[in-house]
Design a protein around this ligand. Structure first.
Ligand SMILES: *Cc1c(COP(=O)(O)O)cnc(C)c1O
Length: 366
């Protein structure tokens, strides 16, 4: 049996460090925010090369709080890619704004920068590029369009932790960068967690207020906020994991290069890494016309695989009100029918990987 990810394998590889972090948190008596969270916020800011980091309860909350901090709400439009996790669209809707969808590049799966400008209207307030699968979105043209039209940029970096665009870390380009520490992400907690990063001290302060009931001073709410705080246990765990992130990402890149080398001759469409990109392979995504048959065959052989994502946001029930329909974003719709994530995590062995490749080979008959 080969699983898509194996979180216990990673725990066992750094068990002593994690156990020590958990025990010291229990002894510290600080469980919500506190010194451990501050320390981790500083570590993330230093890693990404940004000035401020705000620890939050999830990546989804990071998007909501980023939108709120930028005063985006009812009557506003926000441009998002057509192929992404639903939260990118859902968070825009949850603050009352309209997600305006732009199709993706069918090879990199990133927002098609040549189609963004035609989606801009007088109501557009922001663009949310998503560094999907760990490949960066093409940031320079996006920054250029944002500058030209006075738009904000919120990077959805939930899948891109450690990725680079022209040598600079993703999440550090926009007004706000959003991170998720969901357990399966490249840097994962043992529970939910998220963060928003920015170089703007006023935005950082506003997000600190929004994560705790709109307080600057405790119990004196200045606006309606949330309870969305990173807890100290997750911060301590993540602090212990952060020094390993680069080597884990290198393992992901090494295993992905090996998949690509061995799968490409089987007429399987393999992921691309653009010349300006450093891909961190949150997911290793292949493309195959008979995807569902391939997935069923792999399952029979005891090999897990998953579709990210079977339903593009514009065809999801909550987006009906905007009148999107089948055929609006053909690249995203085709990707939803053809993409498949193969097992990938830093601790995956070559032997396990060979088993996956052999099964694909058997299926394709090449
Ligand atoms: C995981 C993810 C999120 C949401 O993060 P959570 O921490 O699970 O709330 C948002 N956007 C993308 C692209 C994601 O992959």
């Amino acid at each position: 049996m080969i699983s898509l990810v194996d979180l216990t394998a990673q725990y066992h590889s750094i068990k002593d460090e994690i156990d020590a972090a958990v025990l010291s948190t229990l002894e510290s008596g600080h469980f919500i925010l506190g010194p451990q969270v501050v320390k981790f916020e500083e570590s993330v800011a230093a890693y990404l090369g940004v000035k401020h980091a705000v620890g939050l309860a999830s990546g989804t909350d990071a998007l909501v709080i980023a939108l709120r901090a930028l005063n985006i709400g009812v009557g506003d439009e926000v441009i998002i890619p057509a192929y992404t996790f639903f939260a990118t669209a859902g968070t825009v809707m949850s603050v009352g704004a309209k997600p305006v969808i732009v199709d993706v590049d069918p090879q990199s799966y990133q927002i098609d920068v040549s189609k963004i400008e035609e989606a801009v209207t007088p109501k557009t307030k922001a663009i949310i590029p998503v560094h999907l699968y760990g490949h960066p979105a093409e940031m320079n043209p996006i920054l250029e369009i944002a500058r030209k039209h006075g738009l904000k940029i919120i990077e959805d970096n939930a899948q891109g932790y450690g990725a680079e665009y022209l040598g600079k870390k993703t999440a550090s380009f926009g007004d706000i960068g959003c991170l998720s520490f969901f357990p399966t992400k490249n840097l994962g907690a043992y529970g939910d967690g998220g963060m928003a990063v920015t170089n703007d001290p006023a935005l950082a302060e506003r997000m600190r207020m929004l994560r705790a009931h709109g307080w600057k001073k405790k119990y004196y709410s200045e606006e309606v906020g949330y309870n969305s705080r990173l807890d100290a246990m997750q911060a301590a765990i993540l602090q212990a994991k952060l020094p390993h992130l680069d080597s884990w990402n290198e393992k992901r890149r090494e295993l992905s290069a090996r998949y690509t080398e061995l799968l490409a001759p089987l007429d399987i469409a393999v992921p691309v890494e653009r010349e300006w990109a450093k891909h961190v392979y949150h997911l290793y995504i292949i493309r195959f016309e008979k995807r569902d048959e391939l997935q069923a065959f792999l399952k029979q052989k005891g090999i897990a695989s998953e579709v990210y994502y079977p339903l593009p946001p514009h065809l999801a029930e909550p987006c009906r009100e905007f009148g999107y329909k089948e055929g609006d974003f053909p690249h995203a719709e085709k990707a939803a029918k053809e993409t498949l994530a193969l097992p990938l995590y830093p601790e995956l062995t070559f032997a396990q990987q060979d088993e996956v490749i052999a099964a694909v080979k058997e299926f394709t008959g090449k």
